[in-house]
Structures are given as C-alpha cells and as structure tokens.
Design a protein around this ligand. Structure first.
Ligand code: MF3
Ligand code: CO
Length: 260
C-alpha cells in the first residue's frame, strides 16, 4: 500500500533528507586519492549522530555500514572497506538517515581527481536523467512517465539502464510502494498523487545494462566491469508538482571550493 504523507510529515521528511544532504557534503570534503571508504563511513556516521539522527542503512536487512560506497564498476550497495581511493576512480556515495521516525535517502557520484572525459559524461548524463525524471511529475502523470524520461535520456547516450534495482516510496520505511523503475513506458504504472514521497535513483552503466551481485551478498557490479553512476533525490508531490526535499547544493559548494 502507498502511504500518503501530510504536509507536516513532508516537512519532517525534508529535515531528514537535509541531514543526508549535509552528510554527503561532509563526506565530500574528505574524498580524495588515498582515503578509504571505511574512513568516509565514520565521517558520515559521526555527522548523522551529531544531528540527532541515526544512520538509516546500518542494520537494515543486516547491512553493516552507514554508507554504500560503490567504486567504478560497482553500481550500488558497495560496502565500505580499507582500499584507498585512487586518482581516476569514481565513487557513488549513498546515505540514509532516520530523523524523528522518517527516512532520508540520497546519493551522489563523485570523481576522484582527474577522470576520463567519457566517465565524466556518464556522471553528467546520469544526474541529468534524474532531473528529467523529476520534471515529469505533474497532474495526470504516472510512474512510467518518470521511468521513460530517465531511460530515454540514458539510452540516447548509449548507456545501459539497470533493471534489477529501482527507486521507491520513502517515509517511515526506507522502501515503500510504489517502486520507481528507471525504465518503462510513458503513461504506464501507478498514478502520481499529492502526498507521495518518492526516492528517485537512476543507476546508469557506461556499457551494458547487466549486473550481478558479489559473494558479499550486497555489492552490485556491472558484468562488463565498466563504470556505473548513481544519483538519488527524495521528492514529494505537492499541489501536483515535484518538491525536491534533498539538495545537492551543499555537496556542490564543497566541490566548487576544491576546484577553485
Ligand atoms: N538507496 C539504496 C536503496 O534504496 C539504499 C540501500 S540501503 C541498504 O536501495 F541498507 F540496503 F544498503
Ligand atoms: Co533509495
């Protein structure tokens, strides 16, 4: 069943989402060659707790960490470890937090130092596809309209769209109905309505769409070992329009300073 949120609940969910936005920005300060993803995980957990929130992923179905840190051919659900990041890598950092009983859940893909232009383009197009999906939200629209917008932008650029994992409703639970696939047909699926909160999260591969799970039971990788990018926003529907509860502004302020 789909849980429709009140205006008060949406305000609480904005606060939860913004805890995650600020956590990603805190993590962004430390992303550089030589740092381990375990270290980033500690930064994230300490920051979330300092905000009166708790990590949303840790303990979820037995997941062991605060962040999912997915490097290069890892698509999502990479477990933080002691391998140092290297120049030329990319890393998707996905983070969840629970504040006052509501989840925030969002993700950003970062470059480590200089990366190949073709990989930067993958990152840019994946982020664009997220916003194109969000822009579809409007009166009379359906989940399939979001899905189609994401899929067509990615495939137009020759990329593979992951089928096995999807976005989702978000609220008092990390994963609620409806499921929000990144591929689909215009005009299909659940009708969008006010009070829905959706975690929209394109996972886009430079090469083929096929993925597999590593023996750790979590990490999803591309079968062709080419890199994959992932961005995620939490979006409420209010008066027929999308309201993005999370923000990349804090992360991008940190990145702008690093490149200045
Ligand atoms: N954003 C990811 C998802 O919605 C978060 C995975 S959380 C985990 O699936 F705890 F399951 F790792
Ligand atoms: Co999610």
């Amino acid at each position: 069943m789909i849980y429709i949120k009140t205006a008060e609940e949406i305000e609480l969910m904005r606060q939860a989402a913004l805890v995650v936005s600020r956590t990603l920005a805190e993590v962004a300060k430390y992303i550089k060659p030589g740092v381990t993803t375990l270290y980033l995980d500690k930064i994230a957990e300490d920051y979330i707790r300092s905000q009166g929130a708790v990590p949303g992923f840790k303990g979820y179905s037995g997941y062991p960490a605060t962040l999912c840190t997915s490097v290069n051919e890892q698509v999502v659900h990479g477990i933080p470890n002691s391998r140092p990041l290297q120049e030329g890598d990319i890393i998707s950092v996905d983070c969840g937090a629970i504040r006052k009983g509501y989840y925030g859940d969002h993700a950003y893909t970062f470059a480590i130092g200089q990366i190949k232009p073709e990989i930067q383009k993958l990152i840019d197009i994946t982020k664009e596809s997220l916003y194109l999906g969000i822009e579809q939200i409007g009166p009379g629209k359906r989940i399939g309209d979001i899905a189609y917008a994401i899929q067509s932008h990615a495939e137009k650029n020759g990329y593979g769209v992951v089928r096995e994992l999807t976005g989702h409703g978000l609220g008092k639970n990390l994963h609620e109905e409806p499921s929000v696939p990144n591929f689909g047909k215009r005009g299909s699926g659940v009708k969008l309505r006010d009070g829905m909160v959706l975690a929209i999260e394109p996972m886009i591969n430079l090469g083929k769409k096929e993925v597999r799970q590593l023996s750790d039971g979590w990490t999803i990788v591309t079968t062709d070992k080419l890199p994959s990018a992932h961005f995620e926003h939490d979006v409420a529907i209010v008066d027929g329009k999308p309201v993005i509860l999370s923000t990349f502004d804090y992360v991008e302020e940190v990145l702008a300073k690093q490149h200045a």
